[in-house]
Design a protein around this ligand. Sequence first.
Ligand code: M6R
Length: 611
Amino acid sequence: MCGIVGYVGREQAAPILLEGLSRLEYRGYDSAGICVSADGRLQLSKSKGRLQNLIEKTENGALLPGTLGIGHTRWATHGEPNDINSHPHLSQGGKIALVHNGIIENYLELRQFLQAKGVQFASETDSEVVAQLLEFYYLQTHSVFDALYMVLHRIEGAYALGILCADEPDRIYAARKDAPLLLGYGNGCNFIASDVTALVKHTRTVAYMEDGEVAVLTRDSIRVFDAMEQEVQKERHFVDWEISAAEKGGYPHFMLKEIMEEPDAVRRTISPRLKGGRITLDDLTLTRQELEGFSRICIIACGSSYHVGVIGKYNIEKLARIPVEVTLASEFRYCDPLVDEKTLVLVISQSGETLDTMAAMREAKARGARVLSIVNVVGSSIARESDDVLYTWAGPEIAVATTKAFSTQLVLLDMIALYFADLLGRIAPERYQALVDEISRLPEKMEAILQDCKGIQHYASQYFNHESIFFIGRNLDYALGLEGSLKLKEISYIHSEAYASGELKHGTISLVEQGTLVVALSTYSPLFDKAMSNVVEVKARGAQVLALTTARHRAEMEKNADAILTIPETEDMFLPSLGVIPLQLFAYYMALQRGCDIDKPRNLAKSVTVE
Ligand code: M6R
């Protein structure tokens, strides 16, 4: 959730830290802080609110001279967002400055332990406990390294830590467990960061820290030690995207830029996997025999990635005839799940760091399940811990609301469905061919939708004052509605619900009254007539209906709906891939009309690394 950056080198650290934080702000943005070490002094500056406040307060870093420092942008868990609760935290004696991402579960017990020893706390955070405990042991051992291992043995929970010690003005310490932390190898300088976006301006050579590891960075070296304090050699990876991928490039918001990038992102995801008219999943080691051995598939994910799973269930079951269960990762962990070695677990995650998803995946693995993950961030924890990983090639996604990552996850899951159906011999060759051919046409069709978004903008200007909106649909349209509704509430703060149309009459229709806006999703041809009946039903109760349908059903829909958005024709299974784009744009323009902070919606963060 929070963003961490650290720099040790020859240049002034503060401007580099602030620039790095600006790229991490999407991970958390209720306060920010930096600490720069110079001549044995730890100089601290923190500020509530957006990073801009800190930039102004420090005169873009000029007020904190020094070539070594750590920075943090926060998404509050313990203690309200204010200057004191912001990171870095300084220990009572001023020896230690620390930034932390994650949650220390036993912080209350440790706080009491330290208070009994006379330590006074400045903040309400769990993170300060780590800084104070580190100083407590450091004063006994006179070695930050030894003290840090003593701390790591006592703290429970998740953490990525960046640490400075006033007495060691040439180095940064870092440690990680269940929260992402990267090491960046520069020329005469080195870095830590919670996310590669903070590093690419300076270096593309990175290493991923593993759970239990401790790193010691000076400007000329990075040494890494495992949980047993043994030095380990890290594998270095090259990050192959340009810094421009993480910049707005003339768009007013990252979200709009990322929606516009969807056709290319989907192209990048499908092209290397379409060879000679067939789907080739080179990275997948699963054999036909192994696939036949699974009695079912269990999809685990959160938020929008979960919605991809809901759509995937319809398509996998229909094509490959394998039973699929889709479970929210946060529920899966605690439901004594019925998975074993006969279960294939599909994990879907953009960030590859969502804590609930990771914990659910570990639970599934512990019960013998085989894990195949769909992940966007290369080298992320979920990717590394899966038996197989298929990457989406969406590129860095900065806006909190996911758009292009969603589209790439969806098309990749559809490819998996087709691949499984073919491998198991459950699809006729001609049908397989028709569907594979259609996959390669999707990017073009997406472009066509994006070329004409004036209608969507117009409807948003008409409807943005509504305070409650319903999304209804059947089958794939219902699953699509879940995503449309989440997108809308996430960035525009309008209350909205997604319902399977057939369920309306079992309760929810009581909420439909004169003027209620209902977004009727009616793209799925086999059930178009039923979708139409539901439109008539809500119209009869006074609803205004904005319908989403395909070109061929437009004329019919015009008889009842107040407003219509259309998407091009495609094979049924791919309808959500096209249908989601108008819904993303609708949410975007609604939020724009309402003056919302679209890329950084309130209370949210991009990567949810706390439970
Ligand atoms: O990184 P993940 O795909 O694991 O994230 C899961 C959800 O937190 C994420 O999809 C969230 O719902 C989005 N902000 C929705 O736009």
